[in-house]
Design a protein around this ligand. Structure first.
Ligand code: NAP
Length: 271
């Protein structure tokens, strides 16, 4: 089965359109120019348009001081017409990312990057979860793949993908192994997995001989190779062996955007 992320995203967006009250508005804050951010934000803007959400950008100069950025965030926190705030990463080197993420109101932190949301997620309390791991969980659920009791191997331990995903998998009763660049004999782990999630950032990193027959493979990777989007999985070979797999493009990416808007609605409802 090739999992159709676009179809899953479409269903989520249809539900969001029906459930939303008024025009929930998302504001993206971006410092300087970054081509990767531009394509992501264009996609988000389109998703907002098609679901009846408001979308606004706050473009700041790359030389903007930390103080000015935090003041801008505080103004968005205080604005009743702003429902979700996204701070586009990476931030310029002179800015302390931790301070900036702390400044975002946890209730408007639709990316789930504020340490309060991360802590709540860790403790199993109500939290706004980060969108990419949430997209992975949503895809598995929508595809009828129950993770309970399964051995899930996640390659990658970043704060935005690998670590929160491991917590979310644990909460759904999976047995989780997190691998990273210092893991010895990675293949030994991936070969024992029922589900492998690749969040490495290396094009076509996961090869067919690294998974067992019938494993489920979720590709989080978004690498640009010769102007084309390539995942972290060698799709052609791995799809021959996997029982279900997400493609790139058309897998995790579109669902990430849709669940971001769902996070806005959740916070609106609970606000
Ligand atoms: P990241 O912060 O660079 O983390 C990469 C992880 O992979 C690290 O934990 C690293 O280990 C591990 N790694 C690197 N080389 C490895 C190797 N040879 N063997 C085993 N592990 C290795 O990346 P990220 O932000 O988590 O993103 C991962 C991928 O997902 C990227 O392609 C990114 O573009 C994509 N992404 C997609 C979405 C989406 O919505 N689809 C969203 C976010 C990210 P160490 O910790 O030891 O360095």
């Amino acid at each position: 089965m090739i999992i159709d992320g676009r179809a899953i995203a479409k269903q989520i967006k249809e539900r969001i359109r029906e459930e939303k009250v008024g025009t929930p508005t998302v504001v993206a804050v971006i410092l300087g120019e970054n081509p990767a951010s531009e394509s992501y934000l264009r996609m988000l803007e389109k998703t907002c348009e098609s679901t009846g959400f408001g979308y606004r950008r706050v473009d700041l100069d790359s030389e903007t001081t930390e103080e000015t950025l935090i003041k801008e965030i505080q103004a968005l926190n205080a604005s009743a017409s702003v429902d979700g705030i996204l701070i586009q990463m990476p931030l310029p080197k002179h800015i302390d990312e931790k301070k900036v993420l702390m400044a975002v109101d946890p209730m408007k932190d639709v990316d789930g990057f504020n340490p309060i949301n991360a802590g709540r997620l860790f403790k199993g309390e109500k939290a706004i979860p980060p969108c990419t791991p949430l997209a992975v969980m949503t895809i598995l659920e929508a595809s009828g793949i129950d993770v309970a009791g399964k051995h899930v191997v996640i390659i990658g331990r970043s704060n935005i993908v690998g670590k929160p995903l491991a917590i979310m998998m644990l909460q759904k009763n999976a047995t989780v192994t997190i691998c990273h660049s210092k893991t010895v004999d990675l293949k030994r782990h991936t070969l024992s997995a029922d589900i492998v999630v690749a969040a490495v950032g290396v094009p076509e990193f996961l090869k067919a001989d690294m998974i067992c027959e019938g494993a489920v493979v979720i590709d989080v990777g978004t690498n640009e190779v010769d102007g084309k989007l390539v995942g972290d999985v060698d799709f052609a070979a791995v799809s021959e062996k996997a029982s279900a797999i997400t493609p790139v493009p058309g897998g995790v990416g579109p669902v990430t955007n849709a669940v971001l808007l769902r996070n806005v609605l959740t916070r609106q409802r609970e606000g």
